[in-house]
Design a binder for this molecule. Sequence first.
Ligand code: FDA
Length: 309
Amino acid sequence: MLRQTLFRLSQQPRLRDFATHNGLARGMAERFVAGETLEKAIAVVRDVNAGAMSATLDHLGENVTSKQEAMEATNAACSMLAAVTSAGIDCNASLKLTQLGLDLGDEIARDNLQRILDQGAESNTFIRIDMESSGYVDRTFDIFYRLFETYRNVGVVIQAYLYRSARDLERLIESRARVRLVKGAYLEPASEAYQQKADVDANFVKLTETLLADADYPAIATHDPAMIAGAKRFAARHQIPASSYEFQMLYGIRRDLQASLVAEGYNMRIYIPYGSHWYPYLMRRMAERPANVMFVLRNIASEVTARGT
Ligand code: FDA
């Protein structure tokens, strides 16, 4: 119930505008977001790299409603790629097609992505297309496959909560595409997605095994210790070397587990969001773990007490 409410709130423009300009809400976002500027994001990537982990930067933004915004997001992604190259950091990029104009038409989003892939190809930087809610999945794959004919520095995401994912994964593996596996972060209807955590987890395990056995350098993206242990066991049983896949986690979540996997010799990539459009991202992190709401409320309470107001 709280989860559904948080999802609905994540789509409220008035609450977004309020939160984005509210000091306390911005403070809350700091746990999950590297900062509002590219400079801060690059500094966080350096820290992450110093801990023997690679990174993927996400310039936050989604569901833009004008060509101008889509172009600005594309320019920002290109500036990010240039900064990554000149900083010499170990970092690739993640982006969302609705940030590049998918709601305005496939062609706009595809053209903008192509510009980013061109720049990424020059510096040999890999670009991951995040997967958004189920209404976008077909169009995201269409755009991906079209550009994958020309570009090899691009990959996609498979969400274990969708019934369709095993089928989608089969085609991706046949195409030798690079895949990140996640559980799925959006509120989806029972017609499209498993509703019970146990079912999502069971599908995640199945898809993990398929990826480890057959895919090219897959990314297993989860903070769930059971999913991670299962992946490690399967890889050990089938003599799949740790160098042939990576784990991924979100910035600010389970740093302890990130560090322990690195210490055990596993590849770990941290997804680092930055920018001023953090509101929907933050709300999805709350919805995943409603205990975060309490964390945030406690922070607000302590700041208010400290200020004596
Ligand atoms: P689960 O939700 O079962 O959580 C397992 C444990 O992890 C929890 O018990 C808790 O300890 C910890 N945890 C999880 N979420 C937390 C949070 N928000 N705060 C604190 N602790 C938390 N989704 C999507 O739909 N499209 C995408 O493109 C991506 N991309 C992506 C990239 C990367 C690198 C990651 C790690 C995740 C995504 N996701 C995503 C999000 C994903 O779908 C999922 O919502 C989250 O990873 C949470 O699910 P877990 O697999 O961690 O398991």
